[in-house]
Write a protein that binds this ligand. Structure first.
Ligand code: CO
Length: 297
């Protein structure tokens, strides 16, 4: 199906995501609770007429991505934290994906590296550009600051109710000679670090995504699955959200059963290999001769 008919929804989602990103910058403060900030941001998305396309991620310092508050999360923002807020908004499945790095310390250069890399990459986005060229400019910009891009994290395509589809948008020159096509919707997300430039798989994140539909015998798992299908379809969600609807025992047993059956995939938290500090910037773009950055303010 063509994305064309939904461009309006993609643009609406982008506008909400941009406003929410500004809201996040105001509420993330030293001594503030990560769980409270997360819930406020998710509520703000709904207030503005959108739905979260995935749980708000707030990854601190050496964690590059996929940390989202758990139901009893006690994390408090501290002096010197670098907080990456990754925001997803959807309207009828049309997703906007954007991220910002909030500096509670002295990481201004590291954040500038990711932000400038994103700006330089966005300048190149149009039909016919080679994917490797986008990766190359991200890599060069970050290296010019004396930092490393994270090589094994990349931007991605977006489709209805899907956050990670083709094409893969690398943060380095990966030799991919494929070109961007008109009307593709992509998220570009440079990550910069003073570490090794690699992420590894960390602890389970409690963020899940529906992978395969198949029958399941266990009754509470079945109930959970039908709620997930209806409420989130193929978009990521987390245990915290389910705990607002179902009791802890049903959720915990249901999720582990569904994961074991391969029906759900659970994301891992992604720390930097050498525990380097990581910054991130991200926008969503509709590829055109005059590309549209949906998540611009
Ligand atoms: Co993204």
């Amino acid at each position: 199906m063509s994305n064309e008919q939904n461009f309006e929804d993609y643009k609406k989602a982008g506008k909400i995501a941009a406003e929410v990103r500004e809201f996040a910058k105001k509420i993330v403060k030293v001594d503030g609770s990560l769980l409270e900030a997360t819930e406020l941001i998710e509520q703000q998305i709904i207030k503005l007429g959108g739905r979260p396309a995935f749980p708000i991620d707030m990854s601190l310092n050496n964690i590059a991505a996929h940390y989202s508050a758990t139901i009893n999360d006690k994390t408090v923002f501290k002096e010197n934290n670098l907080v990456k807020v990754d925001i997803g908004v959807h309207i009828n499945g049309a997703v906007a994906d954007t991220a910002v790095s909030i500096d509670l310390g002295n990481n201004r250069e590291l954040i500038k590296a990711a932000e400038l890399a994103l700006l330089e990459a966005l300048k190149l986005v149009k039909p016919g550009i080679k994917i490797l060229e986008i990766g190359a400019v991200i890599q060069q910009t970050i290296q010019d600051f004396g930092f490393s891009p994270i090589r094994n994290l990349s931007g991605h395509g977006l489709e209805l109710y899907k956050v990670h589809t083709k094409p893969n948008i690398p943060n380095i020159n990966n030799g991919d000679k494929n070109i961007l096509q008109e009307n593709q919707i992509i998220a570009i997300e440079p990550f910069a670090t003073n570490g090794a430039g690699l992420i590894i798989n960390g602890k389970p994140s409690e963020i899940y995504e529906l992978k395969i539909k198949k029958p399941i015998r266990n009754q509470s798992a079945r109930k959970l699955l039908s709620f997930i299908e209806q409420e989130y379809r193929t978009l990521p969600f987390n245990k915290r959200w389910l705990l607002n609807k179902f009791n802890n025992l049903d959720v915990s047993l249901g999720l582990s059963l569904l994961e074991r059956e391969g029906i759900l995939y659970q994301y891992s938290i992604l720390p930097e290999k050498n525990d380097g500090i990581v910054s991130q910037a991200e926008h969503t773009v509709i590829v055109k001769d005059d590309s549209i950055i949906t998540t611009n303010l």
